[in-house]
Design a protein around this ligand. Structure first.
Ligand code: ADP
Length: 496
């Protein structure tokens, strides 16, 4: 969580600076942002409240660094990313603690896997440098026509707080591998982990290649989206802000990648009334990330024959999740990022409790006293309702509030699953392979999993359709499409 403070009021607090042109600096910031631990609402550190001027300095530094960086042989760029991966891997526990403390995500279930995943991302993209290949086009014997994958230039990247280090690395590693330079705006609620990663990167990178600005979205983020020196925008966050970024990009016809919100369906067939599916639904709903995940399977379409029995099993398992201090190794589920989000999640629960036709099957409002009231802790909650078009079934809650909807006809289940303006992920649960694949193909989403509810892995192209976004990440194609330009060169071989 972030609050603004004058630097003088936070002198005893650890202060982290921004990375601009190879130097660690407060830039032109006259104020600081205090980062709080969502698990106990206590300050952890402060960072500069970066300004539009700081963005401008950073974009100029990235512009100056670009010609030399794009000429570094791709395999040498890849080698640098691999060395960064080695250092992150060796210090993964340090990073895991920072992530747990600033995001409120439990170290065991989320922060440590995120830290390990970050090293994996650098290693994966480091190995892809030789794949920045072009192709030849067969126009005939007297013509040589080929394509080159060229970097775009200065990339402006904006990241959210829910998996800040992994999502930040997903911009840094492929953008730099492809020969671009980068200005990254960290999320105000969770900037510390990505600054830690940037410190490691800077030990290996020439100055100006990577710049990291801390600050608020409407200030630093908007300035970055609108900066004329930025040649590509890559944004992960809410659909509303994604639209603003796209609007800013449209002013200058700058390509944009957007990874936005979701309201992903989980469709459970009657043959899947089993414990492993219940575990899978808990994983897909990302309860152990407080469901602060764009891929959360937050609409559970359960077949009528198994509806009550399945929900009873789910209630029993969800109630066993241990909620509390994110740094405690026993904890399964940590805290919601900040007070605003926490109130928003509580507001949805209150709405559900008042909704005619909805029944609370487990969970509810968070405890008002006891240890959990010291942080922004929400509890796993499920409302059952026959309708798919009420507020909790339509809007992205970004909290541990699941809705269950009964179905009997497969076509009807698919129709309801697609009845959303989002299209990021989907989950299908059945042992009938034909039915599973038919349903997976019919779901309007960028990524459908059958009989599992896992997170992304490097190598598969990840991204949304509809208002969940544009472009793909996590993969070779993602890097090529998002961070390179395909230039065609055609030579007339007949001319002396
Ligand atoms: P979340 O709900 O995950 O916080 P947001 O879309 O609000 O998602 O924030 C994601 C990122 O977008 C953050 O780094 C935030 O500072 C930034 N941001 C917020 N508003 C703007 C804006 N108007 N222009 C550019 N970036 C913004």
């Amino acid at each position: 969580m972030a609050v603004t403070s004058k630097p003088s009021t936070s002198t005893s607090l650890r202060h982290e600076t921004m990375l601009i042109d190879g130097a660690w600096t407060d830039g032109k910031a006259r104020e600081a942002i205090t980062v709080l631990n969502p698990g106990n609402r206590k300050p952890i550190a402060s960072v500069p409240r970066g300004t539009a001027e700081d963005i401008d300095t950073a974009v100029k530094a990235a512009t100056a660094a670009f010609p030399a960086w794009m000429r570094v042989p791709p395999r040498d760029r890849g080698r640098i990313l691999t060395r960064i991966a080695d250092v992150i891997e060796a210090r993964v526990e340090e990073l895991a603690k920072i992530i747990a403390e600033e995001t409120g995500n439990a170290i065991k279930t989320q922060a440590r896997p995120e830290a390990k995943g970050t090293a994996e991302i650098f290693r994966y993209f480091g190995g892809l440098a030789s794949e920045l290949k072009g192709e030849t086009i067969p126009f005939g014997e007297h013509v040589l026509s080929y394509t080159r994958r060229e970097p775009i230039g200065v990339v402006g990247a904006i990241i959210p707080w829910n998996a800040p280090v992994l999502l930040g690395s997903l911009k840094i590693a492929p953008a730099l591998c492809a020969g671009n330079t980068l200005v990254l705006k960290a999320a105000e609620d969770a900037p510390l982990g990505i600054l830690w990663v940037a410190r490691i990167c800077q030990e290996f990178l020439p100055k100006g290649v990577l710049n990291v600005i801390t600050g608020y979205g409407p200030e630093a983020g908007a300035a970055l989206s609108a900066h004329p020196g930025v040649r590509k925008l890559s944004f992960t966050g809410s659909t509303e802000v994604g639209k603003l970024v796209m609007k800013a990009a449209s002013e200058r016809i700058v390509p944009v990648s957007l990874e936005l919100g979701g309201k992903s369906p989980s469709i459970v067939y009657p043959d899947a009334n089993e414990d492993w599916v219940v575990d899978g639904i808990i994983a897909a709903m990302r309860f152990t990330r407080q469901s602060q995940s764009c891929t959360a399977g937050s609409r559970l379409f359960l077949h009528a024959d198994i509806f009550d029995d399945f929900l009873n099993k789910l209630a029993a398992k969800a109630s066993k999740l241990k909620i509390g201090n994110p740094l405690d190794e026993e904890t399964d589920m940590g805290a919601i990022i900040n007070e605003k989000q926490f109130r928003k999640v509580c507001g949805y629960v209150e709405d559900g409790l008042k909704q005619p036709g909805a029944t609370l099957r487990f969970g509810g409002l968070p405890p008002k006293d006891g240890p959990l009231s010291e942080g922004f802790f929400a509890i796993p909650t499920l409302f059952a309702h026959d309708a798919n078009d009420w507020r909790l079934a339509k809007e992205e809650i970004f909290g541990p509030v699941l809705v269950a909807i009964k179905w009997t006809d497969e076509q009807e289940a698919i129709r309801m699953a697609n009845q959303t303006h989002y299209g990021l992920a989907g989950y299908v649960w059945t042992k009938d392979i034909g039915r599973a694949l038919r349903t997976a193909h019919a779901i309007e989403a960028g990524w459908v999993q059958i009989n599992q509810g896992l997170g992304q892995s490097p190598g598969h192209s990840y991204g949304g359709v509809k208002q969940s976004g544009i472009g793909r990440e996590f993969s070779l194609e993602g890097m090529l499409d998002s961070f390179t330009i395909k230039k065609n060169v055609t030579i007339n071989l007949a001319t002396p």
